[in-house]
Write a protein of this length. Structure first.
Length: 168
């Protein structure tokens, strides 16, 4: 009887979890419209002058990043260079961390399809060795997400994209 009750509770929890992950058709259509607007901004002739999308960025090309929403990252480089990375899928943890931990195939570049996690400063290995707050190998880190292509953009395009994202 205990195993049957356990199975029923497990099924109930899985269904509850799946119901929480569902989105409404209106939210999906709004999200698709926002992504279409952003892709239109990224395809403007100004971006064509800067070059086409890049598959990889060398580590010395960029000095910081910031999430624009759960699908787009802005990489800021030297001399005012900017790139938008459109992730392969949405990544819910982008706004909850400050450190991008990339699992890259190349030691000196971040590339399309590389996986990453967002973490906090206290998750980093130098803190992990000394603190009692690290109880498991991935405690404190977010889910894995995948990078997409890097689109060169101007500051004006970034402002337009941020305006589109604010309107939602």
């Amino acid at each position: 009887m205990g195993a049957k009750r356990y199975a029923i509770w497990l099924i109930f929890l899985v269904l509850l979890f799946l119901a929480g992950c569902a989105t409404s058709p209106e939210a999906e259509s709004r999200r698709a419209a926002i992504e279409a607007d952003i892709k239109e901004i990224l395809s403007l002739p100004v971006a064509a002058e800067l070059g086409g999308p890049k598959r990889c960025l060398a580590e010395h090309d960029y000095r910081s990043f910031r999430p624009l929403d759960d699908k787009f990252l802005l990489f800021e480089g030297r001399r005012g260079k900017l790139w938008i990375n459109e992730l392969r899928t949405t990544c819910p943890d982008l706004r909850h961390g400050h450190v991008l931990v990339v699992r890259s195939f190349s030691p000196s570049r971040v590339c399309d399809t590389d996986r990453f996690q967002m973490t906090d400063w206290f998750y980093r290995p130098w803190y992990r060795r000394w603190g009692p707050w690290h109880w498991g190998s991935d405690w404190g880190a977010g889910v894995y997400c995948s990078l997409g292509k890097f689109y060169p953009v101007t500051a004006g395009q970034v402002a337009e994209i941020e305006a589109v994202l604010e309107r939602r």
